[in-house]
Design a protein around this ligand. Structure first.
Ligand SMILES: O=C(CO)[C@H](O)[C@H](O)COP(=O)(O)O
Length: 224
């Protein structure tokens, strides 16, 4: 079985009756949502909040009951993928462009389980370009300020056109190289006018489940 799917299905086992569940975005979260949908069809009673239009559509098709933050303030458990995970459980997310909603949902969750294949486990964050969501107005100025922080920012494009997030913004993929202090960089980035959010998820993940290509699984819990 696909390493991403192995991790995703293990994570879905943590969901219990009555929970409010955050549904992540991406090819790993896809498998978690599929398994959750299967469990709902078997009788599991949950309510869910999706982190993207794509995940919302998938959940609807599977019959997973969806709610919004108008209905709850607190999510019991969120399951989502990541692009990089370091030994301190710090993450880069946003490869799929959903980082803003993902961060809102993860930050409102009592438990946040990250699901990856083990190629995403790194010694230090930064090989994967950091996704940063920026507003469209004045984006050239915002990109200039990002460059002044010492990265190489590239406006994300799809088929020759700027990529637009579910929130109507742009994404910049910023090459920083090894990130020495993710927490400091996260706040510096969010101080720049025009930056909506960035893909550094600092001190948020509680558990990391990594599927391996040989079918094995690595499960790590953060000690607080
Ligand atoms: O942050 C994300 C989307 O914004 C994804 O979780 C991340 O990009 C990992 O994606 P995948 O599971 O497809 O490898």
């Amino acid at each position: 079985m696909d390493a991403k799917r192995i991790a995703a299905e293990r994570a879905a086992d943590y969901i219990q009756d009555g929970m409010v569940v955050g549904l992540g975005t991406g090819s790993t979260a896809y498998w978690a949502i599929q398994r959750i949908g299967q469990r709902v069809q078997e009788g599991l009673r949950i309510r869910a909040i999706a982190t993207s239009n794509a995940s919302e559509k998938q959940a609807k098709e599977l019959g997973i009951p969806l709610i919004s933050f108008a209905d709850v303030q607190e999510i019991d458990l969120t399951i989502d993928g990541a692009d990089e995970v370091d030994p301190n459980f710090q993450l880069i997310k946003g490869g799929g462009g959903a980082l803003l909603r993902e961060k809102i949902v993860a930050s409102s969750s009592s438990k946040f389980i990250v699901i990856v294949d083990d190629s995403k486990l790194v010694g230090r964050l930064g090989r994967f370009p950091l996704p940063i969501e920026i507003v469209r107005f004045g984006y050239e100025a915002t990109i200039h300020k990002l460059r002044e922080l010492g990265c190489e920012p590239v406006l994300r494009e799809v088929e020759g056109k700027a990529y637009i997030t579910d929130n109507g913004n742009y994404i910049v993929d910023a090459y920083f190289g090894a990130i020495a202090d993710p927490k400091e960089l996260e706040s510096k980035l969010n101080m720049i006018p025009g930056v909506v959010e960035n893909g550094l998820f600092v001190d948020m993940a509680d558990r990391v489940i990594a599927g391996k290509r040989d079918g094995g699984i690595l499960e790590l819990e953060r000690q607080r």
